[in-house]
Design a protein around this ligand. Structure first.
Ligand code: F3S
Length: 406
């Protein structure tokens, strides 16, 4: 790789052990992907997750113990938060597991992370401008940054983003390059999404059929919001490995279909109509009965308007006995919901907020849950797999509230 003099000095250790270690990782990865240079990144979104994996704890501590210090603004994805440790005595979490979770948080905080603990950093101040290079993890956030903001990041594996935060650099390959951002498949949407979950269902179909291509989506309503695109992208990125999509007339690299394809001919074309939606709902819903142990909402973390809509649905309702009703949410959005009174309505109905966290970071596999109800296509995709292995009932938000409350 061609490095600048400044980068060469970083690699030689002029700026300390953590920078040298990070540069060694970045240059090796860059070379393996054929990157010719590094690019400067304007922000990082980092993950301090998976406390069940000792390797993820040791990796984070390895950077911190070498004197790692973040030099670009670096936000944090949800992680298992001390305020949620063993919060439900009937659903215990092993002390050893919680110790690892605490160690990860201490290590990343020591390096200067902005502790927003949310998978929607782009709504919370980490909002790169069009064309800026960033180094993000979290598949849904990556998809949003590339597609809706027009920023540039690859789907990074954990650890690389920490090296990027310490050096302010990332290898220039993949979605950092113009030629890899052109659309190569066409998605014709012939269905009018009515609920937020409908956008998730469309994203799920795209992820299933198009894997890691760059879809160009036609036919979404012109009034589609950023939040709806958030949900669509999260499901596409979770079900497949979509890092970038273009929605004609809605996203910045797709003012027209021609611009989105950039001269490419579509290699593949799929149609999403009512029939395709019906068929996929049969696949997403893996539960054999209507019984469930918990309702899980907030994937990706909700905006305040989603909390407002949920509060409206829950006025005068009561969560059925024996059911856990959890909404995963960022600290910021929950603080706003408390000020506005929406949190009170939801909590009075018997639901609970889980701040800065995600169900994936709880030691849930030992809880004996068999089935969960969710309004998130991304959760519906992930939860039936290891390590959680539960069946899923997938409904829109109103459907979840109707099924879980009296
Ligand atoms: Fe966020 Fe967890 Fe979903 S990190 S996108 S709530 S799987």
């Amino acid at each position: 790789m061609r490095l600048t003099n400044y980068e060469k000095r970083m690699l030689d250790g002029e700026q300390g052990e953590a920078v040298k270690f990070s540069m060694e990782i970045l240059t090796k990865i860059g070379e393996s992907y054929g990157a010719e240079t590094l690019v400067e990144v304007k922000s990082v979104h980092a993950a301090a997750v998976y406390p069940e994996l000792l390797a993820s704890v040791e990796m984070m501590e390895g950077f911190a113990n070498r004197g790692g210090c973040f030099r670009v603004p670096t936000t944090a994805d949800p992680a298992h938060q001390p305020c949620n440790f063993n919060r439900w005595p009937d659903l215990p979490e092993p002390a050893e597991y919680l110790d690892k979770a605490r160690r990860i948080l201490l290590a990343i905080e020591k390096m200067g992370v902005i502790p927003n603990w949310s998978c929607i950093p782009y709504f919370q101040g980490n909002t790169p401008r069009f064309g800026q290079h960033v180094a993000w993890v979290e598949s849904s956030a990556i998809c949003y940054a590339n597609s809706v903001l027009g920023a540039r990041t690859n789907r990074l594996t954990m650890g690389l983003e920490i090296a990027a935060a310490i050096t302010g650099r990332i290898p220039c390959f993949g979605l950092h390059l113009d030629e890899n951002r052109k659309g190569n498949t066409l998605v014709q949407v012939e269905y009018t999404p009515k609920t937020l979950s409908d956008y998730g269902t469309i994203g799920y179909i795209i992820g299933k059929h198009l894997s890691d291509r760059v879809p160009v989506i036609k036919g979404l309503p012109p009034q589609t919001t950023a939040n709806q695109l958030k949900v669509l992208g999260a499901a596409a990125a979770g079900r497949g490995a979509i890092g970038l999509y273009h929605a004609v007339g809605l996203t910045p690299e797709a003012k027209t279909e021609e611009q989105a394809f950039g001269g490419n001919k579509p290699e593949k074309e799929i149609k999403i109509g009512s029939k395709e939606i019906e068929e996929i709902l049969g696949e997403i819903n893996t539960a054999k009965s209507e019984q469930f142990d918990a309702v899980l909402m907030g994937c990706p973390h909700p905006n305040i308007d989603e909390i407002m809509d949920l509060a409206r649905l829950m006025i005068g309702k009561r969560v059925k006995p024996g059911i856990k009703f959890w909404i995963f949410v960022s600290f910021d959005v929950l603080a706003t919901a408390r000020k506005m009174g929406y949190a009170d309505i939801i909590e009075e109905a018997g639901a609970q907020f889980v701040e800065g966290d995600c169900i994936l970071f709880f030691a849930m596999k030992d809880w004996g849950w068999k089935t969960v109800l969710t309004d998130s296509a991304k959760y519906a995709n992930i939860l039936p797999s290891e390590p959680t292995c539960v069946s899923v009932i997938y409904r829109d938000t109103a459907g979840c509230v109707a099924a879980a409350t009296i």
